[in-house]
Design a protein around this ligand. Structure first.
Ligand code: ZN
Length: 232
């Protein structure tokens, strides 16, 4: 296979949508990479492997445990509480994460003579992460072009979409069933808790999109979702 696009793939809903978009743009010419950076929930990596298998895409897991050695974030340290105090970045912010991820993806792309990188960053539901903003992505794209003398293009198909619009895009791409295997829950459990802020945000997105979330939840969480199933 001649790789034309590399997708940053975390095993979450957004990156799964990016994977579907990349495969639509470059059928049978996509590879995915997942970073092991000591993230709170190892289950994300397991789910990423499952989705890559379903998508019939090669997945490379790259060790970036260096990040958790360098940073103190709620995403990499279980003893730090997930919170977002006013006027501060969320405690889940991992400084330099997207910068490093995209730079590693660009190195991999260079080796494969491929110039397209996909990432699911989004500034619409701005979560306070500066490295999800379009300004940063454009700036890094320029930097990578200068660094490697290659026309590396960073695709951000979700940049200006709401969660509901992302779900609608996945529906259009015909891969809604992949969402069954994506991981969102802050509690790191499957079936998902349905109560934590991440689950609630996910359910709200599905409700707004008028689509049933194929993910399994504990208890009554699915009551929050609209009744339009996966059809059509
Ligand atoms: Zn949850």
């Amino acid at each position: 296979m001649n790789t034309k696009a590399i997708v940053l793939f975390s095993g979450g809903q957004d990156s799964a949508t990016c994977l579907a978009q990349a495969l639509s743009d470059f059928p049978s010419a996509v590879e995915a990479i997942t970073f092991d950076y000591g993230q709170r929930h190892r289950i994300e990596i397991i789910q990423a492997q499952k989705i890559a298998k379903i998508a019939n895409v090669s997945l490379k897991i790259i060790d970036l445990s260096l990040i958790s050695q360098l940073t103190k974030s709620a995403l990499t340290h279980i003893n730090i509480i997930i919170e977002h105090k006013e006027g501060e970045l969320p405690s889940t912010f991992v400084p330099g994460r997207n910068h490093l991820f995209l730079s590693v993806a660009a190195i991999m792309a260079y080796q494969k003579n491929c110039t397209h990188i996909y990432t699911g960053v989004c500034q619409t539901d701005y979560s306070g992460y500066p490295d999800c903003r379009e300004d940063f992505i454009k700036s890094l794209e320029t930097t990578l072009n200068l660094a490697m003398s290659r026309p590396i293009q960073i695709h951000t198909p979700l940049m200006h979409l709401t969660k509901a619009e992302t779900i609608s895009l996945m529906k259009k791409l015909g891969r809604l069933e992949w969402y069954k295997e994506t991981h969102t829950c802050y509690e790191g459990v499957r079936p998902a808790c349905g109560q934590c802020p991440a689950c609630q945000l996910r359910l709200k997105g599905f409700k707004e999109a008028g689509v049933q979330d194929p993910l399994e939840y504990f208890g009554t969480a699915t009551d929050l979702v609209c009744d339009d199933p996966l059809k059509s």
